[in-house]
Design a protein around this ligand. Structure first.
Ligand code: APR
Ligand code: PHB
Length: 389
C-alpha cells in the first residue's frame, strides 16, 4: 500500500490532522492500536479555546459542536472559600466552549467516514522505518497478517505512550519533565452542574474543580495523593470531600448522584524537542503533556496540527519545504507558553506536600493579586482563552 501521509493514532490530533489534509486532497491513512469503541469510551477534558473552535469551524466539523457546545464567558477561581469571577469577554473579548473531547473525536471520525478516508483500527505492532530518508514506511499487523505502507511523511499522533517518539534515537531527543506529587480523582454524573461556569478551587485539603459536559451532566475533580486507589473512593466519600473544598454557598447548591465514571489521573508536565526527525513529525500528547489545570491538552494538539497541516499543504501545493522546516520551532514556541500557564495554574491551586508557610502565603498572594489587578486578570484571561496561533 502507498499513501502520502501515514498518521499514527486516532485521537483528536491524528483525526484532525487527517481531516485538514484530506480537505485539501492529500491522502492519508490512520493506524490506531485500539478499537473505535475503545477510543470513544475514553473520558477526557472538555474546554475548547476560541481558536480551537474557529479551527473546527473552518475545517467544517463544527455542526454538532455549535448546536450542543456551551459558550462560557468566564470562570471562577476560589481560594479558601473566597471566590472571584474572571470575565473573559470583558477582559480580553474572547470566550471558551465547553464541549467534550470525546465528542470532538466522534465528530471527526464521522467526517472521516463520510470522506471515505482509511482508518485501520486495532492495528498491532505498528513500527516506523527509514523516516530519516525520503522513503519512510510503516508496518503493522492486522488480524494476524503483516502489512506495510510506504509514504512521504509519518505523523506521530499516538499520545504519550505511543511508538513514534519511542522510535526516535535517544540522542536526537531532549526531554523536559515534571511529575507532580498528586493526581486528580474525577467523577462524571448525570446531574446539572453546580454553576454555569467552571469553578477552580484552592483549599487547604487540596484542589477541587467543578466542570460540566452539558446542562444535565457534570464533571467534578478533587486532588488526591498519588497512592490513592479509586476503589477506596465511594461516591459518598467523593461528594463529602468535594463539598468540604467548596465554599458554603456552592457546596449548598451541589446536586449529587451516582457516578457514571470515576478514575484517577496523574499530573505531569512534559515536552520533547524537537518535533521533527527527517520525515517524521510529532504532534499532540506524543510530543508534550500538560497538567489538566489549564485545560490546554486538546487545544495544544489542535495548534500543533494546524501548523503541521499548513506545512504539509504548502509542501504539496507549492513544493516548498519552508513550512515543514519551521514546524518544530513554531509549534514549540506555543507549546512552552501553554506549559508555563498550566504549570502556574497547577502551582497556585494545589496543595503541595512540601510547601512551607511562606509558600502558602505566596499562593494566597498570587490569588489576591490576580483579583485586584486588571493586568493580572487579563493575563489569566488571555492564556485561558488561548494564545493566538
Ligand atoms: N500504534 C497505533 N496507535 C497508537 C499507538 C501505537 N503504538 N500508541 C498509541 N496509539 C493511539 C492511542 O490508542 C490513542 O487513540 O494514539 C492515540 C493518541 O490519542 P490521544 O492520547 O488522545 O492523544 P492526542 O490525539 O495527541 O490528543 C491530545 O488527548 O490525552 C489528551 O490531554 C490530552 O486533550 C489532549 C489530547
Ligand atoms: C473537564 O471538564 O474535564 C475539565 C475542565 C477544565 C479543566 C480540566 C478538565 O481544566
Amino acid at each position: 500500500m502507498r499513501t502520502k501521509v501515514v498518521i499514527i493514532g486516532a485521537g483528536p490530533a491524528g483525526l484532525l490532522l487527517g481531516h485538514l489534509l484530506e480537505n485539501q486532497g492529500i491522502e492519508t491513512v490512520i493506524l490506531e492500536r485500539r478499537s473505535r469503541d475503545y477510543v470513544l469510551g475514553r473520558i477526557r477534558a472538555g474546554v475548547l479555546e476560541q481558536g480551537t473552535v474557529e479551527l473546527l469551524e473552518q475545517a467544517g466539523v463544527s455542526g454538532r459542536m455549535q448546536a450542543e457546545g456551551l459558550i462560557r464567558d468566564g470562570v471562577e477561581l476560589s481560594f479558601d472559600g473566597d471566590a472571584h469571577r474572571f470575565d473573559f469577554r470583558e477582559l480580553v473579548g474572547r470566550t471558551v466552549m465547553v464541549y467534550g473531547q470525546t465528542e470532538v473525536t466522534r465528530d471527526l471520525m464521522q467526517a472521516r467516514d463520510a470522506a471515505g478516508a482509511t482508518t485501520i483500527y486495532e492495528a498491532e505492532n505498528v513500527a516506523l522505518h527509514d523516516f530519516d530518508g525520503d522513503k519512510p514506511r510503516v508496518s503493522y499487523l492486522k488480524d494476524g497478517t503483516e502489512h506495510e505502507i510506504s509514504c512521504d511523511f509519518i505523523a506521530g499522533c499516538d499520545g504519550y505512550h505511543g511508538v513514534s517518539r519511542a522510535s526516535v534515537p535517544e540522542t536526537a531527543l531532549r526531554t523536559f519533565e515534571r511529575v507532580y506529587p498528586f493526581g486528580w480523582l474525577g467523577i462524571l454524573v448525570d446531574r446539572p452542574p453546580v454553576a454555569d461556569e467552571l469553578i477552580y478551587a484552592h483549599h487547604s485539603r487540596g484542589f477541587a474543580l467543578c466542570s460540566m459536559r452539558s446542562p444535565t451532566r457534570s464533571r467534578y475533580y478533587v486532588q488526591v495523593s498519588t497512592d490513592e486507589k479509586v476503589e477506596d473512593w465511594s461516591d459518598d466519600r467523593f461528594w463529602d470531600e468535594l463539598r468540604r473544598r467548596l465554599n458554603d454557598e456552592t457546596a449548598g447548591r451541589l446536586l449529587t448522584g451516582p457516578s457514571i465514571e470515576k478514575s484517577i489521573a496523574p499530573l505531569r508536565s512534559f515536552v520533547a524537542e524537537p518535533l521533527r526527525f527527517g520525515h517524521l513529525f510529532l504532534a499532540g500528547d506524543a510530543a508534550h503533556i500538560v497538567p489538566p489545570t489549564g485545560a490546554k491538552g486538546l487545544n495544544l494538539a489542535a495548534s500543533d496540527v494546524r501548523y503541521l497541516a499548513e506545512a504539509l499543504i504548502e509542501y504539496y501545493e507549492e513544493r516548498s519545504s519552508a513550512g515543514i522546516d519551521a514546524y518544530s520551532a513554531r509549534a514549540l514556541a506555543r507549546v512552552w507558553k501553554a506549559e508555563r500557564f498550566s504549570w502556574w495554574m497547577t502551582s497556585i491551586l494545589h496543595t503541595f506536600p512540601d510547601t512551607d508557610a511562606f509558600g502558602r502565603r505566596m499562593q494566597r498572594t498570587e490569588f489576591d493579586y490576580l483579583v485586584s489587578s486588571e493586568a493580572a486578570s487579563r493575563s489569566l484571561a488571555e492564556n485561558y482563552t488561548g494564545l493566538p496561533f
